[in-house]
Ligand binder design. Structure first.
Ligand SMILES: Nc1ncnc2c1ncn2[C@@H]1O[C@H](COP(=O)(O)OP(=O)(O)OP(=O)(O)O)[C@@H](O)[C@H]1O
Length: 294
């Protein structure tokens, strides 16, 4: 067992080829997730968050850099070995309506990950009942279809599907952004409880900096595929060092209007985001000193 569950080093991803090539969708990103830890990837749309998550899930190839899971480089592993390793990594996606096949019962949905890893034997029914119970759904949910459930319940089904094969890392890609606020809190509490019970690591993708102080231990702030700032969630949200992080925080809605005005005033007094260190016009990087840990 390794202290570091997931470690990315110098991850770079280019999409497409020739004239349709999109270089540096992700550029030289390094981060680590420990067992039982939540590391949030934050940044606005197009900053490369989902690309990083998809590389970790084995859905998108890395152009350069390494992705180590439990010390083993997934990108260098053969197909069979990669399948073995990625069995321990599962996704939860944003849209609980789109991510569940409407023509499959909940049992068929939950048995898929077990089938994929040759574990759909006699104990599968028991395992499915157990995960449904853990996510707070009734045992008789198994014979029903996704459209018989609310958005929050569907996201619980998606969480059950992620849990059923006993993952050690879950890539949560905006898992609550399609849900009402009250349901969001329930789903986040469920994720936190599951983490406490099982020591699962979360790579938690969100564009919402206001959310991460409630869910994340550490944060990686991305802009145009590059790391702007990394550090403990309380520090990055309480005393952001990089102007880009400060601007993101100022734009995040806060329940307290006085606090919101204070942040906006603080952001207005910032110097403009500098382009000095980045030839492509993105802000210069900072927080790299903490890079070795995050
Ligand atoms: N399959 C793809 N083919 C080509 N380009 C892609 C593909 N997926 C993402 N990109 C590009 O890569 C960059 C990073 O996109 P990505 O989806 O990773 O960002 P994101 O931060 O997750 O955005 P969002 O919050 O909108 O999901 C963007 O410029 C995007 O257009």
């Amino acid at each position: 067992m390794n202290d570091t569950l997931l470690e990315l080093r110098g991850l770079t991803v280019n999409y497409g080829r020739g004239r349709r090539r999109i270089p540096d969708a992700v550029s030289d990103v390094s981060l680590a997730v420990a067992p039982g830890e939540t590391v949030a990837l934050v940044g606005e749309s197009g900053s490369g968050k989902s690309t990083i998550g998809n590389v970790v899930l084995g859905l998108v190839p890395a152009t350069a850099g390494t992705v180590r899971f439990d010390g083993e480089d997934i990108t260098a592993a053969g197909r069979r070995r990669r399948r073995m390793l990625t069995r321990h990594i599962q996704p939860i996606f944003q849209d609980p309506y789109g991510s569940l096949n409407p023509s499959r019962t909940i049992r068929q949905t939950l048995i898929e990950p077990l089938l994929a890893h040759g574990r759909a034997g006699a104990a599968a029914g028991e395992r499915i009942a157990e995960v449904l119970d853990r996510v707070g759904l009734p045992a008789d949910a198994t014979d029903r279809y996704p459209d018989e459930f609310s958005g929050g319940q569907r996201q619980r089904i998606a969480i059950a599907r992620a849990l059923v094969a006993g993952p050690r890392l879950i890539v949560c890609d905006e898992p609550t952004s399609a849900l009402d606020l009250s349901i969001q809190a329930q789903v986040l509490n469920l994720l936190r409880r599951l983490q406490r019970e099982s020591g699962i690591g979360y790579l938690f993708i969100t564009h919402d900096l206001a959310l991460i102080r409630h869910v994340a231990d550490r944060v990686v702030v991305l802009y145009r595929g590059r790391v702007m700032e990394t550090g403990p969630a309380a520090r990055v949200t309480g005393e952001p060092q990089h102007p880009y992080t400060q601007a993101l925080l100022a734009a995040a809605p806060v329940p307290d209007p006085v606090e919101q005005r204070r942040r906006r005033a603080a952001a207005r007094s910032l110097p403009p985001v500098t382009t000095a260190a980045a030839p492509d016009g993105s802000p210069e990087r900072s927080g790299q000193g903490e890079h070795s840990r995050v």
